[in-house]
Design a protein. Structure first.
Length: 81
């Protein structure tokens, strides 16, 4: 996850992934909104939308909750400068 642009109007980010189940490695540019102290990104195919909630309470670790049609995955990313 790379945040390209962050403003009061919204967020633009690049999300990339490796080989996983049915998915081939790739990337996509996604947009989102700011809600409270976090960022909400929605992306995916019409039959399989995902919503990703991002929060960084300490400014160093990015906590992620990804809600998908078939379940919920949680994780965290380390901040890279």
């Amino acid at each position: 996850m790379v945040v390209e642009k962050l403003s009061l109007k919204g967020v633009t980010a690049i999300y990339s992934w490796g080989q996983y189940r049915r998915a081939e490695p790739g990337w996509r540019r996604i947009t989102g909104t700011i809600q409270g102290d976090g960022v909400v990104l929605k992306f995916g195919e019409p039959h399989h939308y995902s919503t990703m909630y991002l929060d960084t309470p300490d400014g160093k670790t990015l906590y992620v909750k990804c809600v998908e049609k078939d379940g919920t995955m949680r994780g965290e990313f380390d901040k890279k400068e």
